[in-house]
Design a protein around this ligand. Structure first.
Ligand SMILES: NC(=O)c1ccc[n+]([C@@H]2O[C@H](COP(=O)([O-])OP(=O)(O)OC[C@H]3O[C@@H](n4cnc5c(N)ncnc54)[C@H](O)[C@@H]3O)[C@@H](O)[C@H]2O)c1
Length: 354
């Protein structure tokens, strides 16, 4: 079997998780680690045995020995790098969010459509958790009866030094948001995806509670949303917490209830015992997968990168359709921008009290 040549663009925090996940496939060649900071490219290349390094993504895109690239750079340049990589004939896996503006999201979707023979996928690794996949099916099949509410929270700690370590973080221009666009976007995606889509944002409020010295964006935000299926949803997230990481997703209906923390079921009740059995089986599958890839990436990434990268490589080989396309990956990014807009409208109407 021909080995797939891989380039990684951006060799910061998330890049090793991509490299490790690619390295799980014996028919992959790690060709080039690319970063505008040469020491970072060199460090990744040495750690994972890439053949070479580059400081300009254009050199990676021009290399005929590279079939596919992972875009692991800051938010602001995802869209342009994705478009350039696809135009150069590469298959592309881009970290979330695939773009941080509406124009950028449109650009990536347009590029995906313009190069239909290329594979494009946006990272949302939690969609590969069997628990969330089963949950989505059960919601769609009506196993929860009439769903009254769905809620998610994502509470974590990101310190001033986390933000000051990299100049793009917490800036309007480069990150275009704070906790919602970076940490909470994963669970916002799972929230909307499992529930069958959000119809509208009823209201939102955001604040900078503890990072006034380090960021110009929000560190805390809450929103009320209305789902297409009629349920009411609440979103709450902060990175000003004392705890390092905690996420929770709950769905409450007339025939079913489930509470999931950090991707694992903590409580459930269903009128139909078959639904509970299916959720239990999904949890078992999730546990078994996690035992196999334990240690790849940080635990709060949810161990989903190996599954998403295996899916991406499989699509590259058979020219198939990835599980998370540009349109799929756009939904949560658009919702993030909708929630920011709703919060900004609210702040104009009722400025925060000093
Ligand atoms: N899926 C997840 O769980 C997860 C976790 C962490 C980060 N991320 C995402 O990954 C992306 C990167 O985040 P990070 O924390 O690794 O950031 P980082 O700042 O640690 O790394 C980004 C790297 O990209 C380099 N870079 C910037 N522009 C470049 C360019 N044009 N060409 C080559 N290199 C360039 C920077 O020098 C830096 O080393 C972000 O979109 C982030 O949201 C996803």
């Amino acid at each position: 079997m021909k080995k797939i040549g891989i380039g990684i663009i951006g060799c910061g925090v998330i890049a090793p998780t991509h490299a490790e996940s690619y390295a799980l496939d014996k028919n992959v060649r790690l060709v080039t680690a690319c970063d505008v900071i040469p020491e970072r490219a060199k460090a990744l290349a040495e750690r994972f045995g890439f053949k070479g390094t580059a400081t300009d993504a254009a050199d990676v895109f021009a290399d005929p020995g590279i079939d596919a690239v992972s875009i692991c750079t800051p938010h602001f340049n995802h869209a342009k790098l994705c478009e350039a990589a696809l135009a150069a004939g590469k298959d592309v896996l881009c970290e979330k969010p695939i773009a941080n503006t509406r124009a950028g999201l449109a650009l990536v979707r347009k590029a995906e459509a313009k190069y239909p023979d290329r594979i494009f996928s946006g990272v949302f690794q939690h969609r590969y958790n069997p628990v969330f996949r089963e949950l989505r099916l059960l919601v769609g099949e009506g196993a929860f009866g009439t769903i009254a509410t769905a809620a998610f929270h994502n509470r974590c700690l990101r310190t001033d030094s986390y933000y000051s370590a990299d100049s793009w973080r917490g800036t309007k221009r480069y990150e275009n948001g704070g906790v919602l666009i970076n940490q909470a976007i994963h669970y916002l995606d799972i929230f909307q995806w499992t529930m069958g889509g959000i119809d509208s944002i009823a209201g939102a409020s955001m604040a900078n509670r503890t990072h006034q010295n380090s960021i110009e964006t929000e560190d805390t935000i809450a929103a009320t949303v209305l789902f297409k299926n009629g349920a009411i949803g609440t979103v709450e997230t902060t990175n000003s917490a004392i705890i390092h990481w905690d996420t929770m997703l709950e769905i409450t209906g007339s025939d079913g209830f489930v509470s999931i923390t950090d991707g694992n079921i903590v409580r459930m009740e269903f009128s139909n015992p078959a639904a509970a059995r299916r959720m239990k089986a999904a949890q078992k599958a999730h546990d078994a997968r996690n035992r196999k890839v334990d240690g790849v990436g940080r635990s709060y990434y949810g161990l989903g990168h190996p599954s998403q990268i295996a899916d991406f490589l499989s699509c590259v080989r058979r020219r198939g359709r990835p599980f998370v396309t540009a349109s799929d990956a756009s939904v949560a990014a658009e919702l993030v921008l909708d929630i920011y807009q709703a919060a900004a409208r609210r702040a104009k109407k009722a400025p925060a009290r000093a």
